[in-house]
Ligand binder design. Sequence first.
Ligand code: MG
Length: 388
Amino acid sequence: MSTRRGFLKTAGLMTAAAALWQPSDLFAKDPVSKGGSKKLELAWEDFKGIMKFTFHISGSSRTFTPIVITRITWDGHVGYGEAAMPPYLGETQASCHEFYKKVVSDVFPKFDNPFQIEDIMKAVDKLTTNNTAAKASIDIALHDLCGNIMGQPWWKMWGFDAKKAPYTCYTIGYDESDEKLQEKLEEANWNKIIKVKLGMTEKEDKRMIDFIRARDNRNIVVDANQGWPDKYYALDMIHWLKEKGVTMIEQPMSKYNLDETAWVTERSPLPVMADESCQRIYDIPKLKGAFTGINIKLMKCTGLYEARQMITMAEQNHMKLMVGCMTETSVAISAAAQISPKMEWADLDGNYLLGNDCFNGMKLVDGRITLEDKPGLGLSKKPGIIKL
Ligand code: MG
């Protein structure tokens, strides 16, 4: 009887509790609600990222990078994103503006929940064929926003180990002046890995490496930026570079020349990574065998949502992973840093190459990426640089 009495008592209490509880209570007590508009709202502001040094790579040189900073607000919460657009990739601040107008009119009205990142990004991606940096700026802002709402960083929510975050490379562009090269080496003296941009003439490429090696015993990786003319030349250069202590080669030949690249990779004593050949996830299947691995850049692949899928696909195909960047502010660099524990190499020095970064974000400590326990992408705006 006592058991039955106990049951009846418990059942009675449960009924009373059910009568008191209303579904709306859940929403009213939502600890993250700030009571703002439940519409996704997008704003943007142009930014000119001024480089500390004139940047020379095979085929071009420049002193600044056009950037657009985006901001998405929802329910009083805020997330920031970024489109960084080296001119050779074809996007401009004006093309971003046009794209954002389409996002505002055609995509955001269909969603009232920023956590639907997959569906939102699929709809954003369908708007146009290209505009990958503009798309990435939406993706990055959504991740920052949702991470801020959750009060957690993404590397943690994805289950990554912050201790596995790698050292970053620091990029030294081509320079014909020995004094300038020396200056760049000194600017990078805090860093453990130097990435040297090659792909000029054989004489100039070898001069750069000899100059650096004579003064510096740090780990060197090389990015040829598609600059080497054929497979025989590329393989000879790779053997010469290995003797100089170089440990990795990025994009030796034209992005279209996969057959010759496969020939080189098969014989190369160093890993050969795809950069220009690997833009988006659907490039990966055709790169298997042609390259040892892929360099993922958020501005090419439309952001973290697709980058995470690329990581999985590359791992399934036993390909090595690298994360890279354009010259970007701490907004996009801090986004890319979230996936860095999965990477063998990281080239996330973009914010350090800028003289006028507008945000605080991911910090390097002795050249190593550090992932802090801060919500979202861990960003804070520097005062007085942008209005957004
Ligand atoms: Mg590259």
